[in-house]
Design a protein around this ligand. Structure first.
Ligand code: MG7
Ligand code: MG
Length: 301
């Protein structure tokens, strides 16, 4: 049974993170968090991006963790021409992805083009999936501080955690496994490599790119059926598009969006504050989401 609880304040929310924390609409945030606490763990699900959200945006020594696509590219048997073509595409499309002057509609077309071309490049050469585990095993621990505790808390309380990535799912799974956080409550929805006779054959459809990454693409899946009545959602992401991940959830009346901002803070802050309820600036931890889950949990016990 949930108990009556003391209403949380915006100062308490901000104190959950040691980093700078910006909130556009304090009343809304307080309301949503109080709803999450009232609803308890049985109503809760967590939706998270992977690259630079579950992984850090930068390491203490300023190194940047590899992305899931980047990790794949470091596998030893990727042919040179594939690496060259991937690199060529990256240099064409990445600037479009981050250009603040291009409309979403125009960007969406270009991003679909990028992911489709990328799927064409990852075709027709032999590839042993164990290679991904090998490169993941060589990597240092670049998950955000507190990922282990957060994932374990959620798993121990049977709260589903959807890792939703427009990157490469095989690498996401491999990294989560490598760091012992691929727990039973974790589901990864992403682009997974397809194989034909031991050769790569692009991605298993539907392709998930940064602009269709929302719960619409989950409709009809087992995951969707199992969690669609959990309409209390903590969403986490580092890109503006991540704020849309819960779009399509049937009655998602209480969604708390947490955005991690690191690059070009002053240039991006306003847009992040418009898109996310809580913006954490250069916070390389899971302190705030962890504190939220504890709060919801403590009201139940
Ligand atoms: N991204 C998207 N694509 C590629 C690719 O083919 N190679 C590399 N290295 N990166 C890619 O996690 C999603 C992010 O992955 C990048 C097709 C995009 O920049 C996107 O934001
Ligand atoms: Mg990301």
């Amino acid at each position: 049974m949930t108990k009556p609880f003391k209403i949380i304040t915006i100062a308490q929310v901000k104190a959950m993170s040691k980093a700078r924390c910006e909130i556009k609409d304090g009343d809304r945030v307080v309301n949503v968090i109080n709803e999450l606490i009232c609803g308890g763990l049985k109503k809760l699900q967590v939706l998270s991006d992977f690259d630079f959200t579950i992984t850090k945006q930068h390491m203490p020594d300023e190194r940047i963790p590899p992305t899931s696509f980047g990790l794949f590219n470091s596998c030893k048997s990727i042919p040179r021409h594939v690496l060259e073509e991937t690199d060529r595409l990256y240099r064409i499309y990445r600037p479009i992805e981050i250009d603040p002057h291009i409309t979403i509609q125009e960007k969406t077309e270009k991003m679909v083009e990028w992911w489709e071309k990328s799927a064409e490049v990852f075709k027709g050469f032999p590839f042993n999936p164990d290679e991904i585990d090998e490169v993941a095993a060589e990597s240092s621990d670049y998950l955000r501080d507190g990922v282990h505790e957060l994932f374990n808390d959620l798993n121990n309380n049977n709260v589903p955690l959807l890792v939703f990535s427009a990157g490469l799912g095989d690498c996401v799974v491999s990294i989560l496994k490598q760091f012992n956080v691929l727990l039973p409550n974790v589901k990864v929805v992403s682009n997974f490599l397809k194989y034909k006779d031991g050769h790569l054959d692009g991605f298993i459809p539907p392709i998930i790119h940064i602009f269709n990454k929302n719960e619409q693409v989950l409709k009809g899946t087992e995951y969707y059926d199992s969690v669609h009545n959990r309409d209390h959602i903590i969403l986490m992401g580092d890109s503006l598009g991540d704020a849309e991940m819960a779009t399509g959830v049937p009655s998602s009346s209480h969604v708390l969006k947490i955005g991690f901002l690191y690059d070009h803070v002053e240039l991006n802050l306003q847009r992040y504050m418009d898109a996310f309820d809580i913006v954490l600036i250069n916070d390389q931890t899971m302190d705030l989401p962890k504190a939220l889950v504890s709060l919801i949990q403590s009201n139940e016990s």
